[in-house]
Design a protein around this ligand. Structure first.
Ligand SMILES: Cc1cc2nc3c(=O)[nH]c(=O)nc-3n(C[C@H](O)[C@H](O)[C@H](O)COP(=O)(O)OP(=O)(O)OC[C@H]3O[C@@H](n4cnc5c(N)ncnc54)[C@H](O)[C@@H]3O)c2cc1C
Length: 405
């Protein structure tokens, strides 16, 4: 019997989970990634969870002891360095680049194609297969199309009736620095766990990671959340030539005056350990924070997964786990319905839309301490102004996100 065929659009986290799981479930797959060069690091650390590791194993990723840096504690400290909250907890802090490499290594090379931009999808129906149109003019047919094309997803915008992402009123600055480049006192403070400091409208956290499979030096990865109105955001995203990069400014195009101001503000407001990382980091990334939801993740033969479906604020540390859970739920739903794609996708969508909304809500509550909103979330802002609650609830596993059966 011929194997059912799937096309996966997007070769990042969600796409690779779907590709590996479908491949192992007997599907004939092809991954179409528009980037013309291999995907590289986003320069961010990723908090892992037991559920994520389970899906990685099911996906065939062989990570062993190499997943990341184990941490044993979470602490909050104030601007003077006094520890004001502390919790013993076990977690492995990985990096985006390492996770991606493990998933890439699990998939046969000839099934993963870079430089293949998808320009249109005809979603098919119960009797007709879906058709995917590529920028080079070619078309491909498949029984299933997995749209794992990220936060600027073509599929989301053109096939799904999903609202535009909403700016949360703050940005995340991210940076990484080799631990040994810090002064010894700063190394001693930051090396062994997840560390958090916060002021009204402002929160910084950091933890140790190994940046990539080729770089085993421990680095401290930081995320500095800062309340930022839309006028200031426009300024931050505008380069030296006056061009505004609404979808995200590449680190090399961030203006020198913006970086100088950032470093000065770090020096003025943060503990010196944080300020030194911001001062010395080779690159700074800016990430405007959005909430992005949808009420459907299935249209005929097209499944929407990962950030293409829901983007949660990063406090919750669930983006990759949610992508993994979407892919696992999709494959399990297909198996339960004997690969009857159209009805399996409806079941998948019902299950995962509920999880997506749960994740978004939890993340909005955590983020409210920075955005300081009015209405229902105001009480959560007050709750998380006690940093002990932030220490306990940040980046912890949420039931169902990794979709265990
Ligand atoms: C500051 C920060 C911290 C974070 N921390 C965590 C954390 O601790 N834990 C965690 O789990 N997550 C975290 N995340 C979130 C996590 O990084 C994302 O959720 C995850 O990478 C999303 O993966 P994805 O595959 O859905 O989307 P993406 O990684 O955006 O991939 C989409 C892919 O689709 C490709 N593509 C797009 N359009 C097309 C097209 N037309 N044709 C072909 N290919 C296309 C793109 O080139 C891209 O490779 C964090 C994010 C940020 C910003």
């Amino acid at each position: 019997m011929n194997k059912p065929q799937a096309l996966i659009i997007g070769g990042s986290m969600a796409g690779l989970f779907a590709a590996n799981l479908l491949h192992r479930a007997g599907w004939q797959i092809q991954v179409l990634e528009k980037s013309t060069t291999p995907l590289t690091s986003r320069g961010t650390g990723i908090a892992t969870h037991a559920g994520l590791m389970k899906v990685m194993e099911l996906a065939g990723a062989r990570f062993g002891e190499e997943l990341g840096v184990p941490i044993h504690t979470r602490k909050a400290f104030d601007a003077q360095g006094n520890i004001i909250s502390q919790l013993q907890t076990q977690q492995v802090m990985a990096s985006w680049s390492r996770l991606l490499s493990f998933l890439l290594e699990a998939i046969p090379n000839n099934l993963y194609h870079i430089g293949k931009a998808v320009t249109r999808i005809d979603p098919g129906n119960e009797t007709n297969r879906a058709v995917v149109h590529l920028a080079n003019g070619k078309t491909l047919e498949a029984d299933l199309v997995v749209a794992a094309d990220g936060y600027r997803s073509w599929s989301r915008q053109h096939l799904f009736d999903a609202p535009a992402p909403i700016y949360a009123g703050y940005v995340a600055w991210r940076a990484m620095l080799q631990l040994v480049r810090l002064d010894p006192a700063h190394q001693a403070l930051l090396h062994d766990g997840m560390m958090i400091s916060q002021l009204p409208g402002d929160q910084i956290l950091g933890y140790p990671v190994m940046p990539s499979n080729h770089n085993h030096d421990v680095h401290i990865n930081i995320v500095w959340y800062r309340k930022t109105n839309t006028t200031s955001l426009k300024n931050l995203l505008t380069d030296e030539k006056g061009i505004e990069h609404k979808d995200g400014i590449p680190p090399k195009l961030i203006r020198t005056d913006v970086l100088n101001e950032l470093k000065q503000q770090a020096k003025n407001t943060l503990h010196p350990s944080w300020a030194q990382i911001i001062q010395l980091a080779p690159e700074h990334f800016i990430q405007p924070i959005f909430d992005s939801i949808t009420n459907s993740m299935a249209l005929s033969r097209v499944a929407l997964i990962g950030d293409a479906a829901f983007i949660s604020r990063p406090h919750i540390g669930q983006g990759v786990t949610k992508a993994a859970g979407d892919a696992l739920c999709l494959v399990k739903s297909l198996q339960l319905q004997n690969n009857d794609v159209v009805s399996a996708l409806q079941s998948f969508s019902t299950q995962r839309v509920a999880i997506g909304h749960k994740v978004i809500q939890y993340a909005q509550r955590l983020g409210s301490v920075i955005s300081q909103p009015e209405g229902e979330l105001a009480k959560w802002c007050l709750y998380y102004s006690d940093v002990a609650n932030v220490v306990r609830d940040t980046a912890v596993e949420l039931e169902g996100v990794a979709h265990q059966f």
